[in-house]
Ligand binder design. Structure first.
Ligand code: FPP
Length: 241
């Protein structure tokens, strides 16, 4: 029985929870294993967290699975991580469908190997009609890449006369981000004790509550997620007012 789950006020749930899944490498190395063993065990935490979010009725769960900076890791780790990501997504697609979970992805997906992005797009298509939790994977994502891209596209619209400079509002900027159809996160969780944003959703996190836990991602379980939600509900949000 979950202690924190019982204490959650279902009428005041965050609509969107975003997570920086950190500490896979350290978790594995502390146990004398290769870093990739940490990523493999991180899959269990992804499953647990997705289930937990669906159980209580969260609308959107975004997981930072691969940053543009991660392309600079040793090729063997990049390859293993890509394979693990895409294999997991493929394997879990029937379960996502069974649980009415819709899969989405944000990021520079063109940088992913062709086969990986093909598989990913297929899974997204297979779950597109689901109406429950939306699980958003940030893959080859970085916020500066996303904002730079938005600036370029807005400039093109101005150049072509479809938009004037005075018409550029913050809504216009939001509409040019990869998260255009996703509400801003209410809560951002980062595991493993690091207290940084690390190029994740810089625009979208403007009013988001930040929650840091020392637990490494592979050890993160439903109860840790419920605790974060509970603690979020103890805070007073004022949106600058
Ligand atoms: C951060 O730990 C984690 C990652 C870069 C990858 C996260 C990927 C998974 C959990 C795989 C499965 C995911 C899905 C969505 C199917 P780190 O390597 O930066 O750890 P460290 O900070 O201890 O080095």
């Amino acid at each position: 029985m979950s202690e924190f789950k019982e204490k959650i006020d279902k009428s005041r749930l965050p609509k969107h929870v975003a997570i920086i899944m950190d500490g896979n490498g350290r978790w594995a190395q502390e146990r004398g294993y290769d870093r990739i063993f940490g990523h493999q065990n991180g899959v269990t935490s992804v499953r647990e967290t997705t289930e937990a979010a669906a159980e209580i009725g969260i609308g959107y769960l975004t997981l930072y699975a691969f940053s543009t900076e991660n392309w600079n890791r040793p090729q063997s780790e990049v390859d293993a991580l890509m394979e693990l990501l895409v294999d997991t997504i493929e394997k879990e697609t029937p379960t996502l469908n069974k649980n009415n979970v819709r899969l989405e992805a944000i990021g520079d997906l063109n940088r992913m190997p062709g086969s990986a992005s093909e598989k990913l797009k297929r899974c997204i298509k297979q779950t597109e009609k689901n109406t429950g939790l939306t699980l958003v994977l940030a893959l080859s994502y970085s916020s500066r890449w996303e904002i730079t891209n938005a600036v370029k596209n807005i400039c093109k619209e101005v150049e072509s006369g479809r938009l004037t400079i005075d018409e550029i509002t913050d809504e216009v900027v939001s509409r040019h981000l990869t998260t255009q159809s996703i509400p801003d996160p209410d809560l951002m969780i980062r595991t493993s004790g690091e207290e940084r944003i690390s190029n994740f959703l810089l625009w979208q996190l403007a009013y988001t509550e930040l929650y840091f836990t020392k637990v490494h991602w592979p050890a993160f379980r439903k109860e840790n997620f419920f605790q974060a939600i509970y603690e979020f509900q103890q805070r007073e949000r004022r949106f600058g007012k």
